[in-house]
Structures are given as C-alpha cells and as structure tokens.
Design a protein around this ligand. Structure first.
Ligand SMILES: Cc1cc2nc3c(=O)[nH]c(=O)nc-3n(C[C@H](O)[C@H](O)[C@H](O)COP(=O)(O)OP(=O)(O)OC[C@H]3O[C@@H](n4cnc5c(N)ncnc54)[C@H](O)[C@@H]3O)c2cc1C
Length: 391
C-alpha cells in the first residue's frame, strides 16, 4: 500500500538516490559488469537506503513509496547501470505477492524481514519449457502432512544465488481445467541461517550477454520440503492469478529500467558528440548526428510520460494493465533504440570495452523480453482496445 509523500519528500528521496548513483554505482559499474562479479557492497548500501522496503507498506516497516516515485528511482539507477536495479526490483515483486495475496500471519512473519534485506529474493516463474505460457509449468508440489514436497526445475531466476528466498510458482493439480486453477505459489526460504542452500535445492549460475554481475540461475527442486504455512494466501489454485496480479507494477518497473537505459545512453552520446571532432568540427554539429540525438531525447521524454501516466493510475488504485503494457513496450524499445544509436555515435569506440556504451547495448534488449515480451504486450494492448471499443 503506497503512502502519501509531499513534493519535498519526493525531492529529498530522489536527491539521496542521485548522490548514491553518481558517487557509488556509476564508478564501479564497468568493473563488476566485465568481471560478472556480484556487487555485495552495493547491496549493503541498498539496505541502508531502505530500497528493499521501498514499495512495502509502512505498516511492515517499509517506505510505502508510490509507483510514481519508485519509477523515478529506477530510471536514475538504470541510467547509470541497469543490473543492480534487479536486486531490489525482483525482490519487491516477490514482496508484493506476499503483501497482496498473503495471509495476515504470512505478511507479519515475512514482510518486516524483507524490508531490512534479511530476506532477499525474487520470483521463480519461468521454466525451460514455459515462459510466456506460464500455465504450462511442470514443477509440482504435493501435500505431505503439514508440508508440501516440490519437484521441478526453474530457469532464468534472478537473485536465486545471492538471495535467500523465492516466490515459486508450482502446479498443485496437473489435471484441472482451465490450467491456471491448478497453480499455486509458495514463499520458499532457500538457505539455512549459515547461508547454505537447504537440502533439495540446487542453483546453477547462467552466463549472460548482459545484465551481468547480478545472478540469474537455474533452480532445481528435488523432493524439497516446504511448510504448508508458506502456501501464499493459504489456498491452492491461486498461483497464476497471484503471479499476473503483480505484473502491472512489474511492467512499470521494467519500463523504468528501459527508460533509464535510454536516458543513460543518450547522456553518454550527447557528451561524446561534443568531444569527438571530424572534418574540423565536433560531431554534434553534423546534421546526421543532430537527427539522432533529437530522436533519442524525444523517445526518452515520451517513455517518461508513459511511465508517469501508468504509475499515476496504479497509485490511484485504477486498472492500468494497458497503460503499464504501453509504457513497458515503448520504454524498453526506446532503451534498445537509444543504445543502438549511441553505439553509432561512438563509432569504432563503441566496440571498445573501455567505454561504458557497449554495456548499455548489451543490457537493453533484456527489457524487451522480461516481464512479458513486447510481442505479448502488444497483444494485451490490442485485446484491451477491442474490449474498450467493442462494436
Ligand atoms: C536475464 C533474464 C532474467 C530473467 N529473470 C527472471 C526471473 O527472475 N524470474 C522468472 O520467472 N523469469 C525470469 N526470466 C525469464 C523471462 O521472464 C522469460 O524469458 C520471458 O517471459 C519469455 O519467456 P521465454 O524465454 O520462454 O520465451 P517464449 O515464451 O518461448 O517466447 C519466444 C518468442 O515467442 C513469442 N511468443 C510466445 N507466445 C506468443 C504468442 N501467443 N503470440 C505471439 N508471440 C508469442 C515471444 O514474444 C518470443 O518472441 C528472465 C529472463 C532473462 C533472459
């Protein structure tokens, strides 16, 4: 539940984030990205900044930020380095599943520990054979006394190696139709107090084109035991609805990361275009480069406005799946477009690992895929349109 924040509060929070990003995030991005090494120091700073509780209600110790302020934070972080945003974004989507759908006991037990970052994690929906079509998952949970036993494999799960909890989508009934009625979601603590994975969980880190330094892994459950108390909401059959119910906020998040990449790439390009000279003048004075910069800057602002519109509706408690889908689609494509155009502006130096721009280029495409691919977004938008303008 978001709380009321004054304009002064908002400016103070954004000022704190701007300083953190410029002083602590931007300077280390290249080093950790190239080494594909987890930035533990940033995670400690995120705890101090309260980011692990950013959108969790104040009732549970969080900041209860509205989506409109949260999106601005995410844009700023992604404008310097997209990857670390994943550490708190996926965690907050997991927390949102508990806060929206959990029982009172689950919320009281889990959310205060998520706020501090003592529990950190993400969401485990995707499987090797089920991404866009989530109802096709094969991971099963079978009731056994006061526990459930989980078997199956998840893939592409962010925060699963360095975090210690996951919201896991499973099948509790493989026969029932429609298929979504057979799905359930569990809150799973994956590690013991010493930080070792519990028996029945194996996590294998995946190598990625971009979004490096942050762990994305295969997670295999073999006869893994979880208490029935951790079935989110306490009732079977609600998993799919619980998972997609968080997608509006999830899409606003991904849109903000796309807009951040677009902004950061444009900022780098504008600077470089003033430094680099060809044919006796800075390249920003060549019309071909001016056309690129004009287009890039316009897409950044359009992405911001679409995100603002979706976030305002979300904060007002209105349905916004179409607006969030439009923001996600447009802003993520803007990220790819601006990163591509910035590469051209950097010329041959875009291929040098000494410049940051190649990282934006490698990171950008993920935003078109995650949280519902952009093909799926346009299908959702189209279906809503037909519903809205039915003849
Ligand atoms: C780096 C990274 C991190 C990730 N982190 C997580 C995570 O933390 N948790 C998690 O659960 N998942 C995560 N994912 C998985 C991500 O959500 C999926 O990759 C995504 O949902 C797409 O699923 P898929 O890869 O199976 O593609 P598919 O569903 O196989 O789609 C393949 C292609 O077909 C298109 N397509 C599919 N169905 C249709 C249709 N009906 N109509 C038209 N086109 C269609 C898609 O748009 C796409 O172009 C991550 C992925 C990556 C790469």
């Amino acid at each position: 539940m978001s709380e009321a924040y004054s304009k002064e509060d908002e400016l103070a929070i954004l000022d704190m984030i701007n300083k953190w990003v410029d002083n602590d995030v931007r300077p280390i991005a290249q080093k950790y990205d190239h080494a594909d090494e987890y930035p533990h120091e940033l995670v400690e700073q995120m705890k101090e900044l309260g980011l692990f509780g950013a959108t969790i209600s104040q009732e549970y110790g969080g900041m209860g930020l509205p989506a409109s302020i949260y999106a601005k934070i995410v844009i700023k972080v992604a404008s310097a380095w997209m990857a670390p945003g994943g550490v708190f974004n996926s965690h907050l989507i997991q927390a949102s599943a508990v806060e929206r759908c959990g029982t009172a006991e689950q919320k009281a037990r889990i959310l205060p520990r998520m706020v501090t970052g003592e529990l950190r994690g993400g969401i485990a929906l995707t499987e090797p054979n089920a991404g866009s079509d989530l109802q096709a998952i094969n991971t099963v949970a079978v009731k056994d006394g006061d526990d459930y036993i989980i078997n199956g494999a998840k893939t592409w799960i962010t925060n699963s190696l360095n975090g210690n909890s996951l919201a896991v989508l499973v099948k509790t009934d493989t026969e029932i139709q429609p298929r979504h009625k057979g799905t359930s979601m569990f809150f799973v603590e994956t590690k013991d107090s010493a930080g070792n994975f519990l028996p029945g969980i194996e996590v294998i880190k995946m190598k990625k084109l971009g979004y490096r330094a942050i762990d994305t892994c295969e997670v295999v459950f073999t006869n893994f035991r979880v208490s029935a108390n951790n079935l989110i909401g306490g009732i079977e059959g609600k998993g799919f609805i619980q998972a997609v119910g968080g997608l509006e906020l999830g899409r606003i998040n991904v849109a903000a990361r796309g807009a951040g990449i677009a902004l950061g790439a444009t900022e780098l390009a504008v600077k470089y275009a003033q430094e680099r000279e060809t044919f006796g003048k800075a390249i920003c004075n060549h019309q071909a480069i001016q056309l690129k910069l004009g287009e890039m800057a316009t897409k950044v602002e359009a992405a911001r406005l679409l995100i603002e519109q979706a976030a305002e509706k979300y904060d007002a408690g209105e349905r916004c799946d179409m607006e969030a889908g439009m923001a996600k689609y447009f802003a993520s494509e803007a990220g790819v477009y601006c990163a591509n155009e910035a590469m051209r502006i950097f010329g041959g130096y875009s291929y040098s690992v000494e410049y940051d721009i190649e990282r934006y280029y490698r990171d950008a495409m993920l935003m078109c895929i995650g949280e519902g691919t952009n093909e799926m977004q346009r299908i959702i938008i189209s279906k809503q349109l037909v519903e809205k303008y039915k003849i």
